[in-house]
Design a protein around this ligand. Structure first.
Ligand SMILES: Cc1cc2nc3c(=O)[nH]c(=O)nc-3n(C[C@H](O)[C@H](O)[C@H](O)COP(=O)(O)O)c2cc1C
Length: 414
């Protein structure tokens, strides 16, 4: 199984990642990871820090001559803001020495981890006064940069087997595809192109809001501009699709082996993601069963057939999102994530200063209006890792060639 850990504070020197369990022989270069790190900066109206950071991951170990070695892959991503934004981060985030007169953050921001995290780790009442900085710095979504790098290693394994992961944004705030069928048809056309889900994400990347509909993109851009004027923020929704997934990943045999459960966890593990559905999960709850379940048909759509023909069946629709009984059924995996509006608002919100106990409002902070396009690229990465692990569970081995051989044998016999 592939595991990964990230370390690093948002305004510290660097983020560190270790990925363990990748088989030997997977094609991997820093450029492969940087492609997806660059995509994480996509999105209309992203400002502030995104202008300072230009993420470039350094690969330190676990790779030789552009192939993995089976040993842990070590990654490092320097935080551009550490030295460049002249806010004195090297002093404020000093690893050693005394705090001295380094400023403290004492006003917890609603919607952030500030208060819950400070209460948990005791940063709300140390002898020298509260300071929320440690919570702010580790709970920040800056961590997702290293997550994308780590999970994109798994994506390389998938790509080498012809499995692609892509995403597109379907809603920002009040503006979204009203009719799910309309977007599914459009996404379906892209998915049927040669690159599968890669064609989907490449198309989405052309849009300022990562949407596959130009008219919707325009309306969202307007909505973002208006919201900025109102000094507010927006959430939204996106869809992650995986093509080329063989049937038989995951299992119904035990609760923690269900593929849908793991996909849901992958999405909800990302900061600010508050909802997830597999296939048409939410809409399906309000429909008749006859409108929800995917009928089973012959590959060629014929009415009759032989027992041999019955070995290669398909579904008329994919409302289940490619998973039934916790097991992939050979259709593309479809998972949707729902993100709350980002909590840093230009408009102040009520809070209480932990130092003085006084009721105060949060101070003005420069902020993006929405991070849904960026979140959709992070979700792609976390989903890729889940699929890679499900694949290793089924076809696993220490060498890529072994996995490839078993994978292709299974594909040709199904
Ligand atoms: C890609 C991405 C970018 C984000 N950017 C911001 C941001 O610019 N400002 C902000 O206040 N929150 C941002 N967030 C959300 C916060 O990190 C998150 O809401 C906060 O850490 C609290 O966690 P929770 O919402 O899961 O409870 C972002 C989240 C993601 C996934």
């Amino acid at each position: 199984m592939i595991r990964y850990l990230t370390a690093g504070e948002s305004h510290g020197e660097a983020l560190i990642g270790v990925v363990e369990g990748l088989p030997a022989g997977v094609p991997l270069t820093a450029d492969d990871l940087n492609e997806h790190l660059g995509r994480r900066w996509l999105g209309y109206g992203r400002g502030g820090r995104s202008k300072i950071e230009r993420d470039q991951v350094h690969v330190y170990s676990g790779v030789r001559f552009s192939k993995t070695l089976g040993s842990p892959v070590g990654l490092r991503l320097d935080n551009g803001a550490y030295e460049k934004d002249r806010a004195g981060w090297p002093e404020k985030m000093a690893l050693e020495g005394e705090r001295g007169d380094v400023e403290r953050v004492t006003l917890p921001r609603p919607g952030h981890a500030d208060l819950a995290g400070a209460r948990k780790y005791g940063f709300d009442r140390p002898p020298r006064g509260p300071d929320l900085r440690p919570v702010i710095d580790r709970s920040s979504a800056r961590e997702t940069a290293m997550r994308v790098a780590c999970c994109s290693t798994a994506r390389q394994l998938l790509r080498a087997l012809g499995i692609e992961v892509g995403s597109h944004v379907v809603r920002i705030g009040r503006v979204g595809f009203e009719d799910a069928e309309a977007w599914q048809e459009r996404a379906g056309e892209l998915l049927s192109e040669e690159g599968g889900a890669r064609a989907l994400y490449e198309k989405a990347d052309e849009s300022a809001t990562r949407m596959i509909d130009p008219e919707l993109t325009e309306r969202c851009v307007e909505h973002i501009d208006e919201t900025k004027e109102q000094r507010d923020s927006l959430g939204g929704a996106y869809e992650v699709v995986v093509t080329g997934v063989p049937a038989g990943l995951g299992s119904y045999a035990q609760w923690d082996r269900r593929l849908d459960g793991k996909l849901a966890q992958a999405i909800l593990s990302i900061q600010a993601q508050k909802g997830v559905e597999v296939g048409d999960g939410v809409a399906g709850a309000g429909r008749y069963g006859s409108e929800v379940h995917d009928e089973i048909i012959h590959q060629n759509g014929a009415d009759g057939g032989t027992p041999e023909d019955a070995q290669t069946l398909r579904r008329r629709t994919n409302r289940a999102g490619g998973v039934e009984g916790g097991v992939s059924n050979g259709m593309p995996l479809v998972v949707r994530g729902f993100m709350k509006p980002i909590p840093t608002l230009i408009e102040p919100l009520d809070s209480v200063d932990l130092d003085s106990g006084e009721a105060r409002t949060t101070r003005y902070e420069r902020s993006d209006v929405t991070s849904v396009p960026a979140a959709s690229t992070v979700a792609e990465a976390t989903v890729a890792l889940v699929v890679a692990n499900a694949l290793l569970e089924r076809f696993g081995g220490d060498r890529f060639e072994q996995i490839q051989r078993r994978f292709e044998e299974a594909r040709s016999s199904s």
